[in-house]
Design a protein around this ligand. Structure first.
Ligand SMILES: [Zn+2]
Length: 217
């Protein structure tokens, strides 16, 4: 049984937080929240926030942090978030975290834990360049971390797996650089608030999932 259920998942690309968030949310009936999904849903609904966001998306710009934070907070008031939620990939920067704090205060929600997926850079790079994506359903696998049951075949839909061109070594290094500059400062930010729980993300998911559950007790 886990008692901490309002969660932020924090970690470098390749740390496996998306994979574990997906497993946790399915098993514990929590809402898996990614900002990409929210943006698409709000724009499709044509809500006030959606209209504002659409303007930025269609002109190729970044949606301002204020709008994203408001969208996330609004999403967290929906019924499926009542049992709990895992924010995956947001906040990405300290300004976003500060805006999220304010937005959460307005809707009287509190984060129970920030799970920090810790792994060394070499491992992250080897994982990022070993990613496999399903041509049919878009599910991600990893030759090292979470290989499919049958080589080259998607566990979920039976589709063919391939390596995306943006999973090259150079892209991996750039993604980690961006993470170190923009997102890593959130580690001391949340640690100083006493909210950080560190997970050893170098383990395979079979071992890291029980470790995650133990952190959330
Ligand atoms: Zn598939």
């Amino acid at each position: 049984m886990i008692t901490k259920k309002n969660l932020i998942f924090l970690g470098a690309p390749g740390a496996g937080k998306g994979t574990l968030a997906q497993i946790l949310c399915e098993k514990e009936k929590l809402a898996h929240i990614s900002t990409g999904d929210i943006l698409r849903a709000e724009i499709a609904k044509g809500s006030e926030l959606g209209k504002k966001a659409k303007h930025y998306v269609t002109t190729g710009g970044l949606v301002p942090d204020e709008i994203v934070a408001e969208m996330v907070a609004s999403r967290l008031t929906q019924p499926d978030c009542k049992p709990g939620f895992a924010l995956d990939g947001f906040p990405r920067t300290i300004p976003q975290a500060e805006l999220l704090d304010k937005a959460l205060a307005k809707i009287a929600k509190k984060i129970d834990a920030v799970v920090y997926f810790h792994a060394g850079e070499e491992l992250l790079i080897s994982r990022l360049t070993a990613r496999l994506t399903c041509k049919k359903c878009g599910s991600n696998f990893n030759r090292i971390y979470s290989p499919p049951a049958k080589e080259g075949v998607c566990d979920r839909c039976g589709g063919e797996l391939y390596q995306r061109p943006d999973d090259s070594l150079e892209t991996a290094k750039n993604r980690l650089k961006l993470y170190n500059e923009q997102t890593a400062p959130l580690i001391p930010y949340y640690r100083s608030k006493g909210m950080l729980s560190q997970l050893d993300a170098s383990m395979s998911k079979d071992k890291s999932y029980p470790a995650l559950l133990a952190l959330l007790k």
